[in-house]
Design a protein around this ligand. Structure first.
Ligand code: NAP
Length: 435
């Protein structure tokens, strides 16, 4: 019997799961769904546009989608066009790889003012995610505040601070590049409620703030501890030591006259976003880190800014039938229920780089394989044939991988100024290339 599988979400964790399924079940058939016509999720919509080389991983995933056993069905949203129940009935196993595409909230006054954006939305906007195409963020003042001291916060600060020339070989979308370049930016503030040791930066990404064309990184040397304190060991400790060295270097740097300053502000927790009809500033409270936790001191200060971008983590938004537990789909080592599994950020939360998903997805597929190999489990559900009938009865316009390649060619053809391509940012534009 040929086993039939479906993967919901064609981002990195889903594509690593497809590779693992093919290894364990060489004759299987896999249908990969994505709600956007184009695949690769975080690679297209999350990775910073100026980290273009990181997107090369998509080539490996494209080879998987070209295999005979794998079928790509873009533009199909599970929960809207098909239900989880229908997938469970028709495939031997369902792997949810829907990521964590919702911004966590700060839960402070003023958070709903125009000018406050979650990183998922803001990054999605400059990366051309159709859901955020019309975000039109308020970038009309000289200051912006970014909350969080992880790699996403670094990405956002860097993309706002770079010159047009520095973005030439990026794949940032034209509408966002124009808006960012029109911003009269002078000060980009990155606020961390804890200190440099607790920051989630990786040294390579932090090091990129060293020599930006128009932007100087401003670090208060007094906030950098002499050594990594706390219970960190091995590789993690090494990363933190490297971060501290880079921050010390930045603090000691002779600041050339650059027009933009990127302020690293540690020990500052947001308490209120200020403004009447829109964001005018942010109020923060000084903290101290005690036993690894941020403890408020009662001392506050205000910083003017035209927008606040929160980069404080994400949570998954599963379709009906799959319970959420905190930020993730409720699961045990990736097993959700009978024949449903979850991988990636929807399984373990928003952590790790793209390659982190490789072993994680393989482990879940090994668990799935053990489950299917149990004596009482019957393999041989109808898979794609039954699902095709449902999709066509509902008049759903699916997008195949061959069609994705046509969309990509059209995006390459309309690229300007050295950019590798100019993404379509609306689903209707993508479909117009095909129909
Ligand atoms: P992260 O490293 O966990 O950073 C989240 C930040 O938000 C932390 O500094 C956290 O502070 C802060 N935060 C959370 N709640 C807060 C609150 N209520 N008030 C103030 N601050 C708050 O995660 P991320 O930056 O979102 O990145 C997600 C994952 O993607 C990470 O594993 C990251 O390394 C990865 N990533 C990698 C790259 C790359 O390799 N180039 C690029 C982007 C992202 P606390 O620590 O105090 O909670």
């Amino acid at each position: 019997m040929v086993a039939s599988f479906t993967i919901v979400g064609a981002g990195p964790s889903g594509m690593y799961a497809a590779d693992a399924l093919l290894k364990n079940f060489p004759d299987c058939q896999i249908d990969v769904f994505d709600k956007i016509p184009t695949p690769f999720g975080l690679i297209r919509f999350g990775v910073a546009p100026d980290h273009f080389k990181t997107k090369n991983t998509a080539r490996q995933f494209a080879r998987t989608l070209e295999l005979d056993q794998v079928r790509y069905l873009g533009n199909v949203e599970i929960g809207r066009d098909l239900s989880v129940e229908e997938l469970k009935e028709n495939y031997d196993a369902v792997i949810m790889s829907i990521g964590a595409y919702n911004d966590r909230k700060l839960g402070i006054p003023g958070e709903d003012l125009p000018g406050v954006y979650g990183a998922c939305a803001f990054v999605g906007w400059y990366n051309g995610h159709p859901d955020y195409r019309d975000l039109n963020p308020l970038l009309d003042g000289t200051g912006a505040a970014v909350i969080g001291i992880g790699n996403v916060a670094l990405d956002v600060c860097r993309v706002i601070s770079k010159t047009r020339a520095e973005m030439d070989d990026s794949d940032i979308c034209a509408h966002a590049l124009d808006s960012i370049q029109d911003m009269p930016v002078e000060n980009v503030h990155m606020f961390g409620r804890r200190g440099p040791v607790e920051a989630g930066f990786t040294p390579k990404e932090l090091g990129e703030t060293r020599d930006l064309e128009r932007c100087a990184a401003i670090v208060d040397g007094g906030q950098i501890p002499d050594e990594v304190e706390g219970e960190f060991e091995g590789r993690e400790k090494g990363i933190k030591e490297k971060n501290l060295n880079i921050l010390r270097e930045l603090a000691a740097q002779d600041k050339p006259e650059k027009s933009v300053k990127m302020h690293f502000q540690f020990y500052a927790s947001p308490v209120e976003i200020l403004g009447t009809d829109r964001v005018e500033g942010i109020r923060l409270e000084r903290t101290e880190v005690v036993d690894g936790r941020a403890v408020a001191t009662g001392e506050t200060f205000d910083v003017p800014c035209c927008s606040v971008i929160t980069a404080i983590g994400y949570y998954a938004d599963p379709p009906e039938g799959l319970p959420l537990n905190g930020a993730t789909i409720e699961n045990e080592a990736g097993r959700v229920s009978d024949n449903v599994y979850v991988v990636g950020w929807a399984k373990r939360g928003p952590s790790g780089t793209i390659p982190t998903n490789g072993p994680d997805s393989r482990d879940v597929v090994d668990l799935l394989t053990e489950d299917l190999n149990k004596a009482d489990v019957e393999i041989g559900r109808p898979g794609g044939t039954a699902i095709d009938a449902l999709l066509s009865s509902r008049d759903i316009r699916t997008v195949s991988f061959n069609e994705v390649l046509k969309i990509r060619d059209a995006e390459i053809a309309r690229a300007v100024d050295g950019h590798p391509w100019e993404k379509f940012t609306r689903i209707s534009e993508m479909l117009a290339v095909l129909d």
